[in-house]
Write a protein that binds this ligand. Sequence first.
Ligand SMILES: [Zn+2]
Ligand SMILES: [Zn+2]
Length: 91
Amino acid sequence: MDEECLGSEELPVFSDIRRYYCEYCGICRSKKTLITSHINLHHKELEDAKDEKNDDADGVKSNNTCDECGATFKKHAYLLQHMQSHLLEGK
Ligand SMILES: [Zn+2]
Ligand SMILES: [Zn+2]
């Protein structure tokens, strides 16, 4: 009898389990980190393409690129700041 009580008390736990879905192929994982690593493994090209689209949406061309390390910045001022750090490194 006590076991039945425990059983019904445990039920709400099930609804507490989070499910995360891959937005590209729809697979289901219990942790978001698992989905993130799955996307990096299987859909990295698509994820990269999405990033480029986001840049276009902001009306920013990727011409603010660091010649030293290839890093890109949304604003030219950020690139200048970044270049300063390269100069300070003495590279
Ligand atoms: Zn997937
Ligand atoms: Zn750089």
